[in-house]
Design a protein around this ligand. Structure first.
Ligand code: SAM
Length: 277
């Protein structure tokens, strides 16, 4: 932070800057440098290791798109796992699906959960839902010991650094394949195509080697670097672009719609090239 402005540097030459009204909490946790601040434009925001994680004003885009695209793709998502996601936003969206009987959240950092509940209550509000089990632990290890258990897995992790490095490996995707039931599917946030092209290519090619159906979709997220964000789906059976009409049900959202579910897979040419499509 400098004066009352905060910059997330994406490269040596580019960053995204916002005005801070008030710093709410700063702490070096066991895993990462956590900052919570009230911003002038975006409401309260969570930063980890100097990177924007979420903001009260635009969080709905990311959380809805991580949760609803895979959940509407699966005909009966009863048992769901969220890896990371300690702010609770993905879980809040998962809880909007009545077919989900149980959702487990595994975040490595209990402090993210604690301070999200305190300063981002409308994002973290469903973490205490009785259908939700919250585990503070390493998502990689949790996946490694799971077998044939989940219908849908969502990876809502930080960038591939610090505790999240293992969550962007082929070994992790192979573990996810094993942890999913025979018709299971997963989604992982896979960063932006402007500055992380190599990462997107790598994730796509690793997931393609393991899952018969691999697809990339995007969403527009103003507080994330470049604004254009990618998500990778790996699925054993169900195609996100072949969802029967009757599988969609009413859901209270601000970004996701049935039409956008399909449109999000229509990629700009340079992103299509990265996805190898
Ligand atoms: N939406 C954000 C984004 O795309 O920048 C990320 C949200 S943030 C809640 C991601 C979470 O991943 C953090 O709370 C962090 O503690 C967690 N995380 C990082 N590595 C992890 C690991 N190995 N296992 C479980 N959670 C992990």
């Amino acid at each position: 932070m400098s004066g009352n402005w905060y910059t997330e540097k994406q490269t040596e030459n580019f960053g995204i800057t916002m005005k801070i009204n008030k710093t709410l909490h700063v702490e070096q946790t066991e895993w990462q440098f956590l900052e919570m601040a009230e911003t002038a434009e975006w409401g309260n925001m969570l930063f980890l290791d100097g990177m924007v994680m979420t903001s009260q004003k635009d969080e709905f885009v990311y959380h809805e798109m991580v949760a609803h695209v895979p959940l509407f793709t699966h005909p009966n998502p009863e048992n769901v796992l969220v890896v990371g996601g300690g702010d609770g936003g993905v879980i809040r969206e998962v809880m909007k699906h009545p077919k989900v009987k149980k959702a487990t959240l595994v975040d490595i950092d209990g402090k993210v959960i604690e301070y999200s509940k305190k300063y981002l209550p409308e994002i973290a509000g469903e973490l205490d839902n009785p259908r939700v089990e919250v585990i503070v632990g390493d998502g990689f290890m949790h996946i490694a010991k799971s077998e044939n258990e989940y219908d849908v897995i969502m990876v809502d992790s930080t960038e591939p650094m610090g505790p999240a490095v293992d969550l962007f490996t082929k070994g992790f995707y192979a573990g996810i394949h094993k942890a999913l039931k025979e018709d299971g599917l997963f989604v992982a946030q896979s960063d932006n195509p402007w500055f992380k092209a190599d990462l997107i290519k790598q994730v796509q090619s690793d997931v393609k080697e393991i899952f018969p159906i691999t697809k990339l979709y995007t969403a527009n997220i103003p507080t994330y670097p470049s604004g254009l964000w990618c998500f990778t789906i790996g699925s054993k059976k169900h195609d996100p672009l072949a969802v029967p009409d009757e599988q969609f049900h009413e859901v209270d959202t601000k970004y996701y719609t049935k039409e956008l579910h399909k449109a999000a897979f229509v990629l700009p040419k340079f992103v299509k090239d990265l996805a190898g499509e």
